[in-house]
Design a protein around this ligand. Structure first.
Ligand code: KG4
Ligand code: ZN
Length: 336
C-alpha cells in the first residue's frame, strides 16, 4: 500500500483537535483544545460558542502539531477533516480549514464521517484487529450497533429510538447537579454508590431487535432524585448499572443475530466517548468471551473525540484511494 502521512482535523462538537498519524498507526503528534469551561455555565454545548472557539483554536493547533512533529505541509500526503455529522457551524469551520490546507499544499482532501472515525479507531489502538467486527458505538450523539465489514462498508443492526447513551449520562449529571461534562462526573460519583439501591427501568430489554432507548431511564432518574429518598451516589451507580445492563443485553441480541446468519466476526469492539467509562468494560468483556470473541476497546483518550481518530480514518481511506474534492459538502446529518 502507498505510504501515508495524514493530518486530521476534528471540530464537530466541543473539542478542537488536530493530529498527525502515519501509515503504521503511529500517532506522531496529537493535540486537543477542550472547550469545557466555555460551555460549563450553560450545562451543555452551545453551538454558536463552539463554532467561534473552533475558529480561534484550529490554526494554532495545526501549527503546534506541525512544529512538534518537525514536518511542514509539503511532507504530508493528505488532509483529513470531519465533514459531519455534528454541530454544523463547527463542522464547517474544520472542513473549510481542511479544504484550504489541501488547496495550499496541493494534497488530497479526505472528508471523514465522524462516526467512521470512531468506528475505525479500534484498528489504530490494536493493530491486530481485522474486518469484519461487531461494533458498539456509544457517544454523545449516537448509540448504534454496526457490523463493520470494511472501510466505508457498514451494516447498522441497531440504533437508539430517542437519546444516545452519552446524552443520558449528561442529563443524569445535570439532574444530580454533577456539572458538565456529565459522563466522567457520573462515573466518579458512582464509585461510592450501590448499583442496586435504586430501582430503575431497563428500556427495550425484551424487544426483538437490538435497539436502544434511554429517555425513560432519564425520567426515572429525575423521579428518584425528586423523591428525596435516595443518596446521590446511589442514584449515579444505579443509573450506570441500568445502562450497562442495556448495553450487554442489546449487544448480546446483536451477536446472536450475527451468529444466526453464520457471519464470522473477529472481535466485539466498543468505541465512542462513553466507551471511555471503565465500569462498562468488565461486563462487555464477559459478554465477548461468552461468544468466543476478544473485546477490543481503545484507551479512553482515543474513545472521546480527538484528532488522531480522524487522521487514522484518513489513512485508512487514503490507502484505498478514497479521496474527495473541494466541492464535498459539510453535513449536519450523515448516517454511516
Ligand atoms: O465521542 P464523544 O467524545 O463525542 C461525540 O461524538 O458525541 O462522546 C461524548 C459523550 C458525552 O455524552 C460524554 O458524557 C460521554 O461521551 N462520556 C462518558 C464518559 N466520558 C465521556 N460517558 C460515560 N462515562 C465516561 N467516562
Ligand atoms: Zn465523537
Amino acid at each position: 500500500p502507498p505510504m501515508a502521512l495524514v493530518l486530521g482535523l476534528e471540530s464537530s462538537c466541543d473539542e478542537t483537535a488536530v493530529a498527525l498519524v502515519d501509515n503504521d498507526g503511529n500517532i506522531i503528534s496529537s493535540h486537543l483544545a477542550t472547550q469545557e469551561i466555555l460551555h460549563r455555565p450553560y450545562g451543555g454545548v452551545v453551538p454558536e460558542i463552539a463554532a467561534r472557539a473552533h475558529v480561534e483554536r484550529l490554526e494554532p493547533l495545526v501549527r503546534k502539531v506541525l512544529n512538534e512533529s518537525g514536518k511542514n505541509l509539503s511532507e504530508i500526503d493528505a488532509i483529513a477533516a470531519t465533514a459531519g455529522p455534528g454541530l454544523i457551524g463547527g463542522v464547517m469551520v474544520g472542513f473549510v480549514t481542511g479544504k484550504a490546507l489541501s488547496l495550499a499544499c496541493k494534497k488530497p482532501l479526505i472528508a471523514i464521517n465522524h462516526l467512521e472515525g470512531h468506528a475505525l479507531t479500534p484498528r489504530l489502538a490494536d493493530k491486530t484487529l481485522s474486518f469484519p467486527y461487531l461494533l458498539l458505538l456509544i457517544s454523545g450523539g449516537h448509540c448504534q450497533i454496526l457490523l463493520v465489514k470494511n472501510v466505508g462498508e457498514y451494516r447498522r443492526l441497531a440504533t437508539t429510538i430517542d437519546d444516545a447513551g452519552g446524552e443520558a449520562f449528561d442529563k443524569t449529571a445535570k439532574i444530580l447537579g454533577l456539572g458538565f461534562p456529565g459522563g466522567p462526573a457520573v462515573e466518579r460519583e458512582a464509585l461510592n454508590g450501590d448499583p442496586m439501591a435504586v430501582p430503575l427501568p431497563r428500556p427495550l430489554i425484551k424487544s426483538k431487535e437490538p435497539h436502544f432507548s434511554f429517555a425513560g431511564l432519564k425520567t426515572a432518574v429525575l423521579r428518584a432524585y425528586q423523591s428525596g429518598i435516595y443518596k446521590r451516589h446511589d442514584i449515579a451507580a444505579s443509573f450506570q448499572q441500568a445502562v450497562i445492563d442495556c448495553l450487554v443485553n442489546r449487544s448480546e441480541k446483536a451477536l446472536k443475530k450475527i451468529e444466526g446468519e453464520n457471519i464470522q466476526i473477529n472481535a466485539f469492539v466498543i468505541a465512542g466517548g462513553m466507551a471511555a467509562n471503565q465500569a462498562i468494560r468488565p461486563a462487555l468483556t464477559d459478554l465477548a468471551e461468552a461468544h468466543n470473541l476478544p473485546l477490543i476497546a481503545p484507551p479512553p483518550s482515543l474513545c472521546t473525540d480527538n484528532g488522531a481518530m480522524i487522521a487514522w480514518a484518513g489513512v485508512e481511506r487514503f490507502r484505498l484511494g478514497m479521496i474527495d474534492n473541494l466541492e464535498s459538502p459539510a453535513r449536519a446529518r450523515w448516517p454511516l
